[in-house]
Design a protein around this ligand. Sequence first.
Ligand SMILES: [Zn+2]
Length: 321
Amino acid sequence: MHRVALPLIVAEKFAAASIKIPDDAIVVDEGRFRVFFPRSNAKLQGPIIAGLNKAEDLYAHAGLKLRGKLNCIVKGGAGRSYYWPGSSVMQINPKSLSAAYEHGHIVHEIAHWQHDKHVAGGFSNSEIKAKYKQAMAAPKSQGEQDAGKIKREYEAAKVELRRLQDEYTAPRVREGDEFQVVRPMGHGTGKALVRVLRVKKTVQVQILDPKPWDKPPYVMEVSGGVANRGAAEANPGIRAELNRLSEALQTAGKEEERLRSEAQKAKTQTWNTYDEVKSDWVPSVYSRENVMEWFAEIVTTTVLSPQLLIEEVKTWVKSVW
Ligand SMILES: [Zn+2]
């Protein structure tokens, strides 16, 4: 096991961004990239170096030359590829290199790095900010509008579900009502006991048949659900209402579940879609997040799918690069 001696300037950047490199990392420093591999990911050296070089080639092919040196930390698992603003450090999840993404994540993170460190003015570049503002003023595409509609339906379904849950558990007992909450005392004893199993939404009740261990003033709290079950025993009207609400709750729960997955799908689709340009200056829904994401997305599209962009966009990207 050996420690990697970092050049001082890099060590400072890592410290500033509180980025951790495993003690036993293997470092490969060549060309544009300095890559740190944990021992466990050592076998990924070949594909990752190749993937990074491929990304640089793609940039060059698009007429966007990379500048500077990027430190890359390879980190598998659930993490994602990520650029730390201000640091010249990128975390790479090896999944970013899978064919499915066509290097999209790495190209995107590299765009953040170049924007931050090698475009005039960095993240404060006013020309990029102004163009972003202009782009956001464009009307939304059909795909985005659809995703927005599904999301609103899902939000409404959640509200309805919560309303039904509240209605279902709202206490139906009022002062003066009489009911019993009965729990068997033990197997085959035939005896029963008044008890509270779990208190959530509570209602205060007066104990009308106090046991020797109950203390004055014989008041206790039961959950709305427990009180309602007791009240339903005595009142068929309440029982019918609770049954109706229970069914409505199930239906609303399923509908909420369906809309949740549909909204998630629509969001993922629109976020990841590069094959349907939203507007000439808005390459993906995700680019609406903020000016940094917008610029990274417009650069990524210029690099990976230039055929989707009008000449004006590509010319502009090159002019601010
Ligand atoms: Zn990003």
